[in-house]
Design a protein around this ligand. Structure first.
Ligand code: GLV
Ligand code: GLV
Length: 313
């Protein structure tokens, strides 16, 4: 049987689908990997990584698996897969685009609303029995705001469309201007940040986009600006974000991802203008299934020598 390796329990539905078709290896405890690879590496022809801690496909893992033919990631982002090395070694790589676009875009809008309208803080207020004090502060309107999107890919475009329905004006920055888009293009992230009130990070994490949100960008967004990140934690220079929020140089932030997740800077815990969720952009019942099915269909295509559905390498 074809051996497939998972190194993190991301989805029990996915495990179940894989185990009915392949010989599924679950390596949840990486400290056992030496013996594990000795016993099983020769039969492992596929790896299914995810975005969770320690569950990518780096050079070390690839080098431990001499029979590896395909990396089929349970994610759209591939920053934890060594794409160059896979290319070099002739290992195919697939991801899960499209099926999660709506969910991630929905969550981006949710984070904008939760941050501006202080939904989480007001929930804490009600639960804390404070309503009778009748002192909940006014919040900030979303409809009609200027929204800047960093990365006008599938997800960025889906966020822009949603924001348009809130009568927001949309601008963006990406590596190159998109001729098919009518949104206003800015040549730099700083210009984008200077010209919007809500900046949404929706690009892929690469060497060029690591820390693309630095102090200069944060200061350009300014004390009335709100930063939303549904991309990857390392897009933002996190200590700079924390100090801007603590010092009031930024109005608020809505964050699905963190630079050292699952570690979150403790300074953020005391700030009511920050909304934090644990990297759950695509975590819905519907999308978990769609992503898992796509992973399985890519693996089947590969092993039946058919074209991959969503190849990256
Ligand atoms: C989630 O973060 C993904 O890349 O799918
Ligand atoms: C990002 O990877 C996207 O699909 O927009």
């Amino acid at each position: 049987a074809i051996g497939v390796l998972m190194t993190y329990p991301t989805s029990s539905y996915l495990e179940q689908q894989l185990s009915t078709r392949f010989n599924l290896f679950r390596l949840w405890n990486i400290s056992h990997k030496h013996q594990f690879f000795k016993d099983n590496a020769a039969s492992i022809q596929a790896v299914v990584p995810s975005t969770q801690l320690g569950s990518g496909a780096d050079r070390e893992l690839i080098d431990s698996l001499p029979a590896l033919e395909i990396v089929s990631s349970f994610s759209v982002g591939l920053d934890k897969v060594d794409l160059e090395y896979c290319k070099e070694k002739g290992i195919r790589v697939t991801n899960t685009p499209d099926v999660l676009t709506d969910d991630v875009a929905d969550l981006a809008i949710g984070l904008i609303l939760a941050t501006l309208r202080r939904i989480c803080e007001s929930d804490r207020y009600v639960r804390g029995g404070m309503w009778m004090n009748n002192d909940f502060k006014l919040t900030v309107k979303f409809s009609g705001k200027r929204v800047g999107i960093l990365g006008l890919g599938r997800i960025g475009t889906a966020i822009a469309k949603r924001a348009e329905s809130f009568n927001c004006s949309i601008s963006y920055h990406s590596r190159s201007q998109k001729p098919e888009s009518n949104y206003k293009y800015f040549h730099s992230v700083v210009d984008l940040a200077s010209n919007c009130e809500i900046l949404v990070v929706a690009c892929a994490l690469t060497e060029e986009t690591r820390h693309i949100i630095n102090r200069e960008v944060i200061d350009a967004l300014g004390p009335k600006g709100v930063l939303i990140n549904i991309g990857r934690g390392p897009h933002i220079d996190e200590p700079e974000l924390v100090s801007a929020l603590v010092e009031g140089r930024l109005a608020g932030a809505g964050l699905d991802v963190f630079e050292h997740e699952p570690q979150v800077p403790e300074e953020l815990f005391g700030l009511d203008n920050v909304v934090m969720v644990p990297h759950v952009g695509s975590n819905t019942v519907e999308t978990e299934k769609a992503m898992a099915d796509l992973v399985v269909r890519n693996l089947e295509a590969h092993f039946f020598k058919k074209p991959l559905l969503t190849p990256v390498v």
